[in-house]
Ligand binder design. Sequence first.
Ligand code: ZN
Ligand code: ZN
Ligand code: FE
Length: 758
Amino acid sequence: MRLRLRIRGIVQGVGFRPFIYRIAAENGLSGYVRNRGDAGVEILIEGGEVSIRRFMRDLKVKKPPLARIYEIITEHLEGEPQHERFEIYRSTGESELSGSVIPPDVSICEECLRELRDPGDPRHDYFFITCTNCGPRYTIIEKLPYDRENTTMRDFPMCSFCRDEYSNPLNRRFHAQTVACPKCGPRAYLTTRGGEPVDCGDPIREAGRLLSEGSVIAIKGYGGFHLASSTLLEEPLIRLRRAKHRRQKPFAVMARSIEAVETFAEVTPKERELLKSYMRPIVLLRKSDDYYLSDMISPGLHNVGVMLPYTGLHYMLFDDVGDPAFVMTSGNPPNQPIIKEDSEALRRLSRTVDYFLLHNRRIAHRCDDSVVRVHMDKQALIRRSRGYAPSPVILKEKIRRCVLGLGGELNNTACILLRDKAFISQHIGDVENIETRDFLEQASRHLIRLTNSEVEVVACDLHPKFTTTNLAKHLADIMGCQIFQVQHHHAHIASLMAEHDVEEMIGICCDGYGYGLDGEAWGGEILFCTRESVGFKRVGHLQKQPLVGGDLATRFPLRFAAGVLYGHADVDDWLMRHADVFPHGEAEVNVILNQLGRKRSIQTTSCGRILDAAAAILGVCYERTYEGEPAMKLESSAMRGRDVLKLNPALDGDVLETTSLILEVFENREKLRTEDLALSTHLYLARGLAMLAVEKADELGVGAVGFSGGVAYNEIIVSEIRRAVESSGLSFFVNEAVPPGDGGLSFGQAVVAGLHHH
Ligand code: ZN
Ligand code: ZN
Ligand code: FE
């Protein structure tokens, strides 16, 4: 019997060919296996029927841990056997199938870590030790198929020792494209801030010592540069904050071990599982009572972002020091993508850092660390990037048209939707300038090539002026396909429905801003969405409030608070007393008071702005220096609170009132504890939104309620909405596979555009 199999899935760069070779040999079959230019694998097997059946079973049951099989296309061939044994053939460039993809970067595996630590091993202390089950993939590949010469590893010809392992079917590095050793592989070296080599025998451990003593070091990793420093000393952190123009934004830390994490943060079993997973994301953990890292790491927040080492290099940084963790924040200039070129790092970071810890392998594609938060044992992805991208989210339903989704404006990603797979790019960032726009375009093109897709529709936001909307028009032109615009909050809820395979949903969608159907600023919406008609109806929302001074009301939430309170409370004196909050002091307050009187501001239903306003009234945060800051700090405060106000949500038809809430907070700000008022604010919004949603679900006969948008990262609001919805006997959904924030928009847009019949 002769069979030709073509396999679609994640089958390159995961030890798949060696595995096929092994099971073919074990079952006494002959033939060949080879990688294809479409990221799939082709197998020819010849032998007895029983042996082939066993082979097919082994193929499904014993496949390597990182491999994913989406489809096996089987063809019976006529004629006599032509092969005497089984071989791994040279890869072919052929590519008529679509939908396979290469794996994400994978953290160092246990076996490689053991070898790294074994003084007798030829790769003892080798910082880039990898095997077929671990190492970089997505960040090193330049083109398909995934062979060494198509990756940035091609600059490192294998030595005879590595080549022997590479070609030995019994070795665990058989056909591992990233195989390397101290003799032939990439080298690490330390330089001064000016790029002068520092003479030391052990650059990595030397860097660890320097960090421990207070240096700031730019460290080149798999997908870009990190800026690293001590987590205990103030001086380097002050410098880092100044250099990054980050007064308050939290820094992630990398801890030496899980035991070290437990000395400063609380870790639940689910969080531990994520920390130790091969994706090695940054996990937001609750600070423990005796938290002892510097307060400058995540100022004003109850949690801290922690990850574990994911390369040999990271482990070695801690070898000669006692530090529990180092700061590891991505090295990107403000509003720019993470730096990946040595020359750019030297140019842009040399004033910030004392040293560079470099290696001489090029980075083909940049990739930031992923960030995730866990509540009630469910993960909320804040950033789905390294370790995840480009592996797909799998849908329950096949979509007929191939769509490229370009996302919104902030925290962007791109998404290729092909049949039942959504391939989502790494984190791109805020697409507001030429650099991030180019990065988005490159990442989109790379995804199209990797999956061998032919895009039929380009989906984007409804906003007429977003950079992504313009890019969508440009790409649709070039590719000769349609463009499809999707409303921001509809895309959020569509992502949720697709992820959970729900037909109809009352979606609660809360965030900072999204362009509404009426051109107004939306952000606290109740939408009725159906898959059948691929449409949505806005069935409720938060009360409209004036954005006094437009974008300034977002940056200085006291402005927004004043707009809400104006006419209901005497804000003049109160604003004057807070004049130092504003850059232009009393003069600015006078301008604001003037603006209030004229009542000509843009209106918004944003839930984020309401949380920000409460944060400002309570003095928790007066200036938003990073996205979400006031609301995040309000949540941290509320974590310690009790619900003293016990407010009943005030509904005015389909509108949840917010003036009464903000007024209560304002009037009680000096009488009651800040923490308690913070909690009451959360509960008012959560209960009000849930009430509206449940009411609409009953009215329309819908059984599912979902919650998406950036506010869905808020643990208190999610839990309270969940409680209220489930106690009404309805099902409740949140995003788990894609971010509920704007990182999930490209996926939601692609789903809506793909389902639309035109
Ligand atoms: Zn390994
Ligand atoms: Zn070698
Ligand atoms: Fe959003």
